[in-house]
Design a protein around this ligand. Sequence first.
Ligand code: FES
Length: 343
Amino acid sequence: MSYGIDTHGGHGTDLAQVEGDPFADPGLPHHTPRRTDIDARAANRAERQVAGLFGLSTILTIGFIVAFVSIDKEDTMYVVGLGTINSLNFALGVTLGGSLLCIGFGAIHWARKLMNAEEIVDYRHPMKSSPEDTADALELAKQGVADSALPRRKLIWTSLIGAMALFPLAPVIALRDLGPLPHKKLRGTLWDKPEHREIVHANDERRLKPSDFALGTMISAKPNDLESLEDLAKAAIVLIKINPQEIRSKELADRGYRGILAYSKICPHAGCPLGLYEDETHHMLCPCHQSTFDLADFGRVVFGPSARNLPTLAITVDDEGFLVAKGGFDEPVGPTFFERGDA
Ligand code: FES
């Protein structure tokens, strides 16, 4: 049985007719109707199925509203595979999701079974304008130039060119506000200056002594006489006391004082302040992206996105027994800006 419905304006050539001529336009194959095109009962059944899905969507939406106003926010329920979950969240999710799914499935079923399914060809037309349209456009442009009086008003023409040529300079000059580049300024901190090497508590600014530390103690600190918040952002440190036997190298132990080690408080990944210290492992965790540093091993990165170890600050005690820095950090602090080549 053949259903050769020709909807192609004379292009519905049978494929068999063009065999032997590989360049001939084969047109579209004959249209094959769906069951719902030729069987009214199948079409009615499909219509009922689509209506059923839309109706189910309506019921689920009503269920959503009822759940929203009737279920207590604190109610919980047990769902196999999910455990104990909030009843309201579960009901809202199921009803709203189901409602959307039913609308989607109904629309797809409608399109596949009942909407017109005949193949059509939409030919691409030339994009170029006709010679008449091109001539009209040129004529209009010439008329516009004549109407603007530019050919006769040379002064306007010249001043307009000057204005248009200089205008881009304004945003270019505004770029200057992005500079100057920090270069070496970001490398140093207040600890580099001898007059700022006293280590004071970050909160009450009292000077710190080794006796302030028991094993496992961690204290946030800063240099004395901070000049600005920017200085604090670069010079903030954490001091921790580790059993000297557990410090992995003599070089690191020598940078500390009797097991007290000083590290930058600024995460080398993106600059978050560190403060989550686990004494058992000597690990310092960054709360932002979970970079983890081993403070018994030169602040080595043991986990996370930081590309660099935590900078250390060499410390000792002064004549009065207070902790002081010996100099600046062993590495630039903070994010790895300096690895980009220009600083
Ligand atoms: S800022 Fe510390 S891990 Fe990203």
